[in-house]
Design a protein around this ligand. Structure first.
Ligand code: PMP
Length: 348
């Protein structure tokens, strides 16, 4: 730590990226919930063509993307705000829309706690019940901003729309964030339709998972115009050109090639279900994930033993120090998952 670092940053707890960096060294990467499939050819073509215009700043409002998305989602373009990944949208929300504190499940996406601490937002953790978010526990939250990942991570389990609505209705003074990073892989439905009924909700989405653009860094949120304007003001104050031109172009190409993604999503869902069945046969407890990953616990082996064995064999999955019995395994191609199963058969 240098003597120049502001004292308020002396106890920073940054997101640990060491394992992700290591997985880039030739491992089968089943640890960061990326798509195993490349972006659509149209996304790549548009990104390539847009590179010729990189001498100009990118469109701060991502207008082409906003128009295309608004017609797909049946909302106004002004109700959409884009982020450098949905993580950036979450950052804007913690920065500007959590004055009364935050509340989120324990366990959930680890970034909520990291951002809350960074922005000095007081937060309340609400324990899961049997791995599930219990809507009845989300009451009397005194106007805290509530973060619900749906489906939740790393459990992979989703709430139904009536359960989400229950949380919205019981918290009229709160802003409710529904993080739908994985909704495209789910049977459960998106809460986007509630945008037309409630003005205290924000739905966040990402192009990183189902649209194979994790490296492009593109996310967005949908909300009422008033909140969208607040978020745009925050964005335009600190990072007006937050989405680079190549990423905007790739995002547009991906939206225009929707069938390509629907096919990939179906493949991932099919491989997820067959992998789940095979893991259960091997003595794993596996939740009924609605995402592109599985949350597993073996009857005899620890999460670390499984992680280490796979790593030694060139496969990287996720192990959480805070959840030592568990692993999170991203769904890759069927060939990759077969390798995973063969390798697991050696130790179980
Ligand atoms: N929400 C959840 C629940 C996630 O798991 C992730 C990915 N780690 C994100 C948001 C952020 O994804 P991105 O910034 O790539 O859009």
């Amino acid at each position: 730590m240098s003597k120049f670092l502001h004292s308020k940053f002396k106890s920073l707890e940054p997101y640990d990226t060491s394992e992700e960096l290591e997985s880039m060294n030739g491992y089968i990467r089943l640890n960061t919930n990326e798509s195993p499939f490349m972006p659509s050819p149209l996304a790549i073509k548009y990104a390539y063509e847009s590179a010729k215009g990189l001498n100009y700043y990118s469109d701060p409002d991502c207008r082409l993307l906003a128009e295309k998305l608004s017609s797909m989602l049946n909302i106004k373009p002004s109700q959409i705000v884009f982020g450098n990944g949905s993580d950036e949208i979450l950052n804007f929300i913690f920065m500007g829309l959590c004055e009364k504190g935050a509340a989120f499940p324990d366990i959930t996406y680890s970034f909520y706690k990291i951002l809350a601490k960074f922005h000095g937002v007081n937060y309340k953790l609400i324990p899961l019940k049997n791995f599930r978010i219990a809507p009845d526990d989300y009451k009397n939250l005194q106007a805290r901003t509530i973060f619900i990942a749906n489906p939740n991570a790393p459990t992979g389990l989703a709430l139904k729309l009536d359960e989400i609505e229950k949380i919205i209705i019981s918290n009229p003074d709160s802003l409710i964030i529904i993080d739908e990073a994985y909704i495209d892989f789910a049977d459960s439905l998106s809460a986007i339709k509630f945008i037309h009924e409630y003005n205290n909700i924000i739905i966040t989405r990402t192009f990183s998972k189902s649209r194979s653009l994790a490296g492009g860094r593109l996310g967005f949120c949908v909300t009422c115009e008033e909140i969208a304007n607040d978020l745009r003001d925050i964005k335009n104050t600190i990072t007006p050109y937050n989405i680079n031109a190549m990423t905007q172009a790739a995002g547009l190409g991906s939206l225009e090639d929707d069938d390509y993604y629907k096919e990939n999503i179906n493949l991932i869902r099919t491989v997820r279900e067959s992998t789940k069945i095979n893991l259960r046969k091997m003595g794993f407890e596996v939740t009924d994930s609605e995402t592109n990953f599985l949350f597993t616990r073996h009857e005899r082996l620890t999460g670390q033993e499984i992680f280490t064995h796979l790593k030694q064999n060139g496969i990287m999955i996720r192990y959480f120090e805070s959840l030592p019995e568990f692993n999170r395994i991203t769904i890759g191609t069927s060939e990759q998952m077969q390798k995973l199963l063969n390798c697991l058969a050696e130790i179980v």
